[in-house]
Design a protein around this ligand. Structure first.
Ligand code: TA6
Length: 285
């Protein structure tokens, strides 16, 4: 394990991920800030998009990688957009490295920093496990308060693509979706054989299948989920990308977000209850 602090005192953990033969299959990097995965390179090939113009600034979300969205998805509630977990300093609980896998375990608890935004006691945990060509992200929330806890969440995964226009997203055909930011009442059914990204897309697929495949000419990546009901597909395309200070103008050509989420039906936890959702990336090719 390499552990480094950048000039903001944000610790970054960098781990070599072994395969079953004990060789290095991948590298993964996780910041304590936001419990944010910023890199996952499989045999040297980066599979996560990190904007070269991202701001590493307290209070700003890192643009790219895997922002943890909690306790609110987008502006669908009274809290700041996408909640606050992505802009909090999480605490490192443990790093485990063994012959077949490595794991970074982080946690975030309510604190004087979160109380003014959301006055709820909670304990959130994010475990990132690399094993061969797989990266598993396990997000759990425990209600450590005395009243019910309600939240929505997502793992806002920016996948890096060589060329978005050569890529296709498979596995969502026949699934109902609604537009992010649009009316909840208005839903559509995806009739397309595959999704080709040649314009802005911002959809929340409801009760989505647990495996979505992103296929490029020479690469295939599976996004699997367990526990999360929904799946978001997002690309801002040229016009919206140009308005984002922390994205280069052509950034949209090299990314698509596929996000396991629990959005449509919020999680409701009685006191002392917990919930877990898992998203796994598999570099098939
Ligand atoms: O998950 C998709 C989305 O909610 C889009 O609507 C979108 O603009 C995006 O996330 C990025 O949000 P951010 O707050 O990181 O700029």
């Amino acid at each position: 394990m390499e552990s480094a602090f950048d000039n903001l005192d944000w610790r970054k953990i960098r781990l070599n991920v072994p395969n079953s033969a004990g060789a290095t299959a991948a590298h993964v990097e996780v910041y304590e800030y936001g419990a944010h995965i910023t890199s996952w390179a499989v045999t040297g090939d980066e599979r996560l998009f990190l904007s070269p113009s991202t701001e590493f600034r307290p209070g700003a979300a890192i643009r790219g990688g895997v922002p943890v969205i909690f306790p609110q998805f987008s502006l669908e509630g009274p809290l700041p957009r996408h909640g606050f977990a992505r802009t909090q300093l999480w605490e490192l609980s443990d790093v485990r490295e063994d012959a077949e896998s490595v794991c970074v375990d982080l946690h975030l608890m309510d604190s004087p920093a979160t109380h003014p935004i959301w006055d709820q006691p909670f304990f959130a945990r994010f475990q990132v496990e690399g094993r061969g060509r797989q990266l598993e992200m396990r997000f759990s929330v425990f209600n450590r308060g005395t009243i019910p806890l309600t939240f929505t969440c997502a793992l806002h995964t920016y996948l890096r693509l060589h060329d978005v226009q050569q890529a296709q997203v498979e596995g969502l055909r026949g699934t109902h979706y609604r537009l992010s930011g649009g009316s909840r009442a208005e839903t559509f059914v995806d009739e397309a054989e595959v999704i080709r990204i040649d314009r802005e897309i911002d959809r929340i697929y409801l009760n989505a299948p647990d495996v979505v495949t992103v296929r490029e000419p020479y690469r295939v990546l599976e996004v699997r989920k367990q526990g999360f009901a929904d799946c978001v597909v997002w690309n801002p395309w040229a016009e919206k990308c140009a308005l984002m200070k922390d994205m280069p103008p052509d950034g949209y050509l090299h990314m698509v977000c596929i996000e396991a989420g629990q959005i449509e039906t919020p999680v409701e936890l009685a006191p002392q209850e917990s919930w877990t959702g898992v998203q796994t990336l598999v570099a098939v090719q």
